[in-house]
Design a binder for this molecule. Structure first.
Ligand SMILES: Nc1ncnc2c1ncn2[C@@H]1O[C@H](COP(=O)(O)OP(=O)(O)OP(=O)(O)O)[C@@H](O)[C@H]1O
Ligand SMILES: O=C(O)c1ccc[n+]([C@@H]2O[C@H](COP(=O)([O-])O)[C@@H](O)[C@H]2O)c1
Length: 191
């Protein structure tokens, strides 16, 4: 099966992420999208991170009932911080018959030279890249296997924006699925 891996902190997951996943399923040959929740991005501070199991549960709530979407906790058991190439090697060994590709926003795509073994990743995996505002420039990476640029609809929201709103006591209704909002509010996350 052809699987798109959507790596992220998902701190928390929001409609921007979900819209991309749906766009991928409807407009590419990928058959499933797996959200890989990263406990710790190597390039981001850990300070504002909600516990990884809570973030995973929020993803599960967000995708409940969607057969083509899955939430993965595999990086929880791998060494931290989470290097994408290590996770890819692990997944390929665990699911030898699946063909994996990597989905990312242009912010992550611009940052690729800072990633561990980025050349290996680019040479061996197809990437599905969509443009995010203020990250319009797409660098050219010679030797890359296959880079699909998507014109996906983008919502001008981010997890940072959502955390900020919660801190300021502003509603996050409609920015995240309702089940996610209720779970965040019930537990007082990010406040
Ligand atoms: N509104 C959005 N539309 C499309 N993609 C998004 C959106 N927000 C984040 N992404 C992408 O989702 C992936 C995971 O992102 P991440 O979990 O860091 O979300 P984020 O909203 O960018 O988080 P933060 O604001 O905490 O940095 C990244 O590839 C990022 O480019
Ligand atoms: O492998 C790396 O060197 C690397 C460097 C930066 C980010 N990543 C991964 O990219 C994903 C997106 O990160 P984030 O925090 O922007 O959602 C997340 O899974 C990170 O672990 C991976």
């Amino acid at each position: 099966m052809k699987i798109g891996l959507y790596f992220g902190s998902f701190n928390p997951i929001h409609h921007g992420h979900l819209l991309i996943a749906m766009y991928i399923l409807q407009n590419t040959s990928l058959q499933q999208v797996w959200f890989v929740v990263s406990p710790q991005n190597p390039l981001k501070p850990a300070a504002s991170l909600l516990n990884e199991y809570h973030r995973l549960y929020l993803v599960q709530l967000a995708i409940e009932g969607e057969k083509e979407l899955k939430a993965l906790d595999i990086e929880f058991k791998l060494p931290k911080p989470s290097y994408t190439v290590d996770t890819l090697a692990y997944l390929q060994e665990k699911y030898p018959t699946h063909e994996f590709s990597v989905i990312m926003g242009s912010d992550s795509f611009q940052n690729l030279p800072k990633w561990k073994n980025a050349d290996w990743l680019l040479r061996n995996y197809s990437l599905y890249v969509y443009k995010r505002p203020e990250h319009e420039h797409l660098p050219n990476y010679p030797g890359a296997k296959d880079i699909h640029i998507l014109s996906a609809p983008l919502l001008p929201i981010s997890s940072t924006h959502i955390r900020q709103r919660i801190k300021e006591g502003i509603s996050i209704r409609y920015l995240v699925p309702e089940a996610v909002r209720l779970e965040i509010e019930r537990n007082g996350y990010y406040s």
